[in-house]
Ligand binder design. Structure first.
Ligand SMILES: CC(C)(COP(=O)(O)OP(=O)(O)OC[C@H]1O[C@@H](n2cnc3c(N)ncnc32)[C@H](O)[C@@H]1OP(=O)(O)O)[C@@H](O)C(=O)NCCC(=O)NCCS
Length: 158
């Protein structure tokens, strides 16, 4: 089941996030609350009462103090979805959870996000999903590959 993040989920989401620092930046309760407030989509997949994964996207024009977000704000001309982070719990990986979350947030707009150059799993996932590298940006001692997925024609067919 996919549903919106609620305040009851925050502790579990922080825990999931902090167990996935090979792929995402750290979060505490307050920074997660701010992020969810800024988000246009903040979703979890629930499986047997547990959170199997979550995704947070930020709309263009937000006052988000992130060098990666600002890079896309300065680079992309058309409307787009910025995917701030996606994490699937270790127990639920490779079962299509992230794919299901992407189906939910992808629409008729490009989706933009960064992937650490060291994150082979995420790169395999995003390449399989049709993302292309459009640049790179160093931040906090890591190289971020800046990636965009253009909507496929069937996305705009409705
Ligand atoms: C990246 C991540 C979100 C993928 O989530 P997931 O639910 O396991 O992904 P899916 O099951 O939907 O995978 C879809 C496809 O992606 C590719 N893929 C996913 N995991 C992979 C892996 N470990 N190795 C190679 N390919 C992989 C495969 O093509 C897979 O299809 P298949 O299973 O039919 O072969 C998850 O590994 C994760 O949370 N990692 C830690 C946090 C992170 O890195 N987030 C991304 C930040 S940019």
């Amino acid at each position: 089941m996919i549903r919106d993040i609620t305040s009851y989920d925050l502790a579990e989401i922080v825990h999931l996030n902090q167990n996935a620092l090979e792929g995402v930046g750290p979060l505490d309760h307050d920074s997660l609350m701010l992020l969810v407030k800024m988000a246009d989509q903040a979703l979890v997949v629930e499986a047997d009462g547990d959170i199997a994964g979550f995704v947070i996207t930020i709309p263009p024009g937000a006052s988000y103090d992130s060098s990666r977000y600002r890079w896309f704000e300065d680079t992309l001309v058309d409307d787009y979805v910025y995917l701030d982070r996606i994490v699937v719990s270790e127990a639920h990986r490779r079962q299509g959870v992230a794919s299901r979350l992407y189906e939910e947030i992808e629409g008729d707009k490009p989706v933009a996000l960064e992937v650490y150059a060291s994150n082979d799993v995420s790169l395999a996932f995003h390449e399989s999903r049709g993302f292309d590298e459009v640049g790179s940006l160093d931040h906090a001692g890591k190289t971020n590959l800046m990636m965009v997925r253009q909507p496929v024609p069937s996305d705009t067919a409705s």
